[in-house]
Design a protein around this ligand. Structure first.
Ligand code: APR
Length: 248
């Protein structure tokens, strides 16, 4: 894939960069995107009917078991070259923020440091009443397990449809988008808000926007640069073009 010289130079000289990633960045790690995750036993269920507070209220056992199945899928996944290249770029940019809609924890596993998880993290479990993180060794047996403090059901620490995003995460993400010189949107369909508004906030504050996606999205026409390919190829290429000699 050809990385335009101006793009490489802009990235090399940037002092502040913000990145928004979506499930497309984890696709090459074998993590199915949210909508194509349904196989086997779960084929007859629509994720939109499972990832909601109402579904958990109605059938906590079913929702818990679905997340256990997804957690297992994620547990087997490893970071791919896209995750690794983003962690390398972060080391070379004074002010770098990685904002992700993914709940698989692969960015941190690849070495990214300043990560904002807008939709939570499937590997973390919280009490459904108090919201506190509960470690597996403290689960009170059951499906779902219960909180050792108040006895309420435990749930995955992810944002369900209809729920508010973690305030600290979305405000830090918005601040990073407004302050950056370069905004990279990678592997996201750019249709789920408020995450999808971030590249426009960056644009309004004079940032150059780069999109990495094999397909078109509503952002494509507005982006300054478009790398239309898989993140696992395009992001390492972009990193090597900007920082020659980077060992990727
Ligand atoms: N590299 C880059 N992009 C890819 C790749 C790849 N290898 N494979 C697929 N894509 C692109 C698709 O073209 C699509 O535009 O990744 C995007 C995935 O879009 P979605 O499945 O809608 O995922 P995402 O944008 O992360 O969804 C946002 O909505 O599904 C809910 O809460 C869930 O966090 C998710 C949010």
């Amino acid at each position: 894939m050809e990385v335009p010289v101006p793009l490489a130079e802009t990235l090399r000289n940037a002092r502040s960069v913000a990145v928004l990633t979506g499930s497309g960045v984890s696709a090459e790690s074998g993590v199915p995107t949210f909508r194509d995750a349904q196989t086997g036993l779960w084929e007859r269920y629509d994720p939109m009917d499972l990832a909601t507070p109402e579904a958990f209220e109605r059938d906590p056992k079913l929702v818990w078991e679905w997340y256990e199945w997804r957690r297992k899928l994620v547990g087997e996944a490893k970071p791919n070259p896209a995750h690794e290249a983003l962690a390398e770029i972060e080391k070379r940019i004074p002010d770098f923020t990685l904002i992700t809609q993914n709940v698989d924890g692969l960015h941190r596993e690849a070495g990214s440091r300043n990560v904002r998880e807008l939709h939570g993290n499937i590997r973390r479990t919280i009490c459904s009443k108090e919201g506190i993180v509960v470690m597996p060794e403290n689960f009170v047996e059951g499906t779902p397990p219960r909180c050792p403090k108040c006895g309420s059901f435990l749930r995955p620490d992810v944002v369900w449809f209809g729920e508010a995003l973690p305030a600290a995460e979305i405000s830090a993400a918005s601040e990073a988008a407004r302050a950056c010189e370069i905004f990279i949107s990678a592997g996201t369909s750019s249709v789920v808000y408020p995450a999808a508004s971030l590249p426009y906030e960056a644009m309004e504050n004079g940032a150059s926007v780069i999109e990495v996606n094999p397909d078109e999205t509503p952002l494509t026409a507005r982006a300054d640069f478009v790398l239309s390919g898989n993140a696992g190829d395009a992001i390492p290429e972009m990193a090597r073009a900007a920082f020659p000699g980077m060992g990727l």
